[in-house]
Design a binder for this molecule. Structure first.
Ligand code: ADP
Ligand code: ZN
Ligand code: ZN
Length: 744
């Protein structure tokens, strides 16, 4: 055999070490040529004695990295040694080619890394005194102008518990002030143990008997089991909220557990709530465990080790839980499959749904997707027969879907109503207050009011680093939500000097204030990024609302996700349009999904529900379809639009994101790239841009995007590879960052 044909394998002995780069090269002897594959276990000579060890093949190549005669040969490829690590390495390789990342990054995403880390000590500051007493003290401090203590107590009265780093950093409270308040017993400062399990998991477990499935539910369940016996296509359950998808999941899980296999259930992080986890714990007890993204690498590693040993059979978690190293994975369920959080924003920018399909293929497992409002992509695949589709059309107990009213806010304005609430919604709220029922008001924003602009010249005040408008906060500051830049309040327009400058659009705080004005007697809880910042803040707010401590819950996106509040009979969507005109081809889809989910919050108990959608565009199809909960009507209109505009799933769309501190150079380089791709394109390829991204710069780094549309998937992946190569070998792209998103 000639020397050129000699092949070498990069082998790593300990896949859990932090640096994956520590692989060693071994020669692949001709007799093992057919057996050595990426991911497989090999026996190799190790150390300088006659020891040997087992390792994993990470890569295969023909270039020796050291003198050829110093490279030792692989000794053997043990049979029947397909470990979970081998399978995950194979998955990493697939991610590398599909999403265009380095193998290292892909491996680090897929395999838990054991990292030596300092046990971070985090401290929490919490309020010990009761609220009334604290308010009296706060008044005294205010009179005496103890500004720091006033800031701290005001913050603690809102949230009870704050991270110490936030208190000393953002709030700028000195250690002396903290100590003096602690001495008086007003507050306490203690370390928070990061490894403690969530409170919910420590509740005494009483297993519940499984519910008897309704006829419709068991039809879906047995249909899916039949699919598993046969073609084993991915299954998509479209079921209106309250139709019992969760129960179907549980029955499927039980089937898989009985075969001695394990289950991964992905849910959006935001839905990883005590209510949700409790349901699974009460059915499956300690077989259920959770993973969350707040875990450190070390904690995740420990948890993975326990799961590898079979200490639990069901894991519930966000995107990253997909890589749980179960020894015999049987089923992956992805709930709320349309959620954008299933796409990673870091390299490899993987899509958990696609990656789940690949993992299931490697491990011969099943995949089930579920949603009340599935993505247009997944429904498209159902219609094409690539997925098996199942429908749950009725709510359990035939509970009616809420009656939905669309309120035209242009009309309200014409009748002189300038408030955030339409007449009808205001009336509906007071009826609920009289009947002691609860209301949820949903607003698609955070902060006190939206951007600040000039009524004389139209100038909007923007962040000098990020090219987004600054947002007004009640503390009087204007804040950038991307980089945190802030300035004090402005009284004159920086452009024309006019004093008529101010905020227009409402935020959750403004809504809360207006509600207090209309309904002074009502108990109101606000939930947004600010009130949930402290640990468990989110769970606590939901818990207190569920237990009836308030009449109205006002919040952003986060309140519309799968929570059951039986006493909520009214849902108001205050500004349905806010998500409709963002520049994203999925804007209408997102709006439809958000509205249906929001409306679904009303009337989940025995009481009938009602919903109001306030909009300036009552005729838009996504609003009309959402009001009728008519998915098919929405889908048909939306697919027409996608076909006309050549957007996925009608066509493939590749976004090439470039970023660089020097905008001029970036524009030139992106132009080069475009001309290169045009030379290699097919007859049907369309290349758009380059153009500045929506947010033109972030932290002084400029961003441009180039879009490629191409009906053929293989051809578009080829174009991406060509682009990667071109960028790699041309110095014109130095000091630039590139990211690729296919059909994202
Ligand atoms: P989804 O996940 O589709 O929103 P859930 O599984 O949460 O629906 O079901 C909604 C409610 O109806 C839950 O409180 C659930 O316990 C109840 N429910 C659904 N199906 C049944 C059933 N077959 N027997 C008893 N209760 C059911
Ligand atoms: Zn102005
Ligand atoms: Zn900024």
């Amino acid at each position: 055999m000639s020397l050129e044909k000699e092949r070498y394998a990069d082998v790593i002995v300990d896949v859990t070490q932090a640096s994956m780069d520590r692989s060693y090269q071994y020669r692949i002897p001709p007799e093992l040529e057919n057996k050595v594959r990426i991911g497989c276990v090999v026996r190799i000579p190790f150390g300088n004695g006659k020891r040997s060890a087992e390792g994993y093949v990470l890569n295969i190549g023909t270039e020796p990295r050291i003198a050829r005669d110093r490279i030792k040969p692989i000794l053997e490829v043990p049979d029947n040694r397909v470990t979970i690590e081998s399978k995950l390495i194979e998955l990493a390789l697939w991610m590398k080619t599909t999403y265009g990342s380095s193998l290292n990054n892909a491996l680090k995403t897929v395999l838990p890394v054991r990292e030596k880390e300092k046990h971070a000590v985090r401290e929490e500051v919490s309020l010990v005194w009761p609220e009334k007493k604290t308010r009296v003290l706060l008044e005294q401090y205010t009179r005496r102008h103890y500004a720091a203590k006033v800031r701290l107590l005001t913050a603690l009265l809102k949230t009870n518990e704050l991270e110490k780093s936030y208190v000393t950093g953002t709030l700028k409270i000195t250690p002396e002030s903290l100590r003096s308040l602690e001495r008086e017993g007003v507050i306490s400062v203690r370390s928070a143990d990061l490894t403690r399990t969530p409170d919910d998991l420590q509740e005494p477990e009483e297993k519940e008997e499984p519910c008897i499935l309704t006829a419709e539910q068991s039809r879906v369940c047995s249909g899916i089991l039949r699919e598993w016996e046969g073609a084993n296509r991915p299954c998509l359950i479209r079921g209106v909220t309250g139709s019992g998808k969760t129960l179907v999941y549980m029955d499927l899980m039980e089937k898989v557990l009985k075969e001695g296999r394990q289950v991964i259930l992905l849910i959006p992080e935001i839905a990883l709530s005590w209510q949700n986890v409790k349901r699974f714990r009460s059915r499956f007890g300690n077989a259920v465990t959770i993973l969350n993204s707040k875990m450190s690498k070390g904690e995740r590693y420990d948890q993975f080790e326990r799961l590898k040993k079979g200490e639990a059979q069901i894991v519930i978690g966000p995107r990253s839980a997909l890589f749980t190293p179960f020894p015999e994975l049987g089923l992956i369920i992805i709930d709320e499959e349309q959620e954008s959080s299933y796409r990673s924003e870091n390299a490899p920018r993987y899509d958990a749904r696609e990656t789940a399909l690949e993992r299931a293929r490697i491990e011969n497992a099943h995949v089930v997707f579920g949603s009340a409002t599935p993505s247009v992509d997944s429904v498209f695949r159902c219609r094409e027969g690539r997925y098996a589709g199942f429908l749950l059309e009725s709510r359990y107990g035939n509970a009616d879907l809420p009656a939905v009213h669309v309120e035209d806010m242009r009309e309200e304005l014409r009748h002189g109503n300038r408030s955030i609430l339409s007449e009808a919604l205001r009336k509906a709220i007071s009826e609920r207050l009289a009947r002691k029922e609860q209301t949820i008001l949903f607003l698609n924003r955070r902060g006190y009011s939206g951007f600040i602009s000039c009524r004389s010249c139209g100038e909007v005040i923007k962040c000098p680093h990020c090219d987004v408008s600054l947002t007004f906060h009640t503390n009087g500051k204007l804040v950038c939500h991307y980089c945190g830049y802030e300035i004090g309040q402005v009284s004159r327009c920086p452009s024309c000097g006019s004093p008529y400058i101010g905020g227009f659009r409402a935020g959750t705080e403004k809504v809360e204030a207006e509600l207090h004005r209309f309904f002074p007697e009502a108990g109101i809880i606000r939930m947004d990024a600010d009130t949930t910042r402290k640990k468990d803040g989110y769970a606590r707010i939901l818990r207190s609302f569920a237990s009836g401590e308030a009449d109205i819950l006002v919040g952003t996106q986060m309140i519309v996700k799968g929570h059951d509040f039986p006493r909520v009979t009214l849902v108001g969507v205050l500004a349905a349009d806010l998500s409709l005109f963002v520049s994203d081809y999925r804007a209408a889809e997102r709006t439809y999904q958000l509205l249906v989910q929001a409306v679904g919050r009303a009337g989940r108990g025995d009481l009938p529900g009602e919903a109001y959608i306030q909009t300036y565009h009552p005729d838009h199809y996504s609003i009309r379809a959402a009001a009728k909960q008519d998915y098919d009507a929405f889908y048909d209109e939306e697919m027409l639009a996608r076909e006309m505009m050549h957007y996925p799933p009608a066509c493939n769309l590749l976004a090439i994101h470039g970023s660089c501190a020097d905008e001029q150079r970036l524009v030139v380089a992106m132009g080069h790239l475009k001309r290169y791709l045009i030379r290699n394109q097919s007859r049907d390829t369309v290349i758009i841009g380059p153009a500045p991204e929506n947010i033109r710069k972030i932290q002084d780094i400029y961003r441009q995007v180039l879009y490629v549309k191409e009906p053929d998937e293989e051809r578009i992946i080829r174009l991406r590879r060509l682009a990667e190569k071109f960028i790699e070998i041309n110095s014109g792209f130095n000091r630039m960052m590139f990211q690729y998103d296919l059909n994202a």
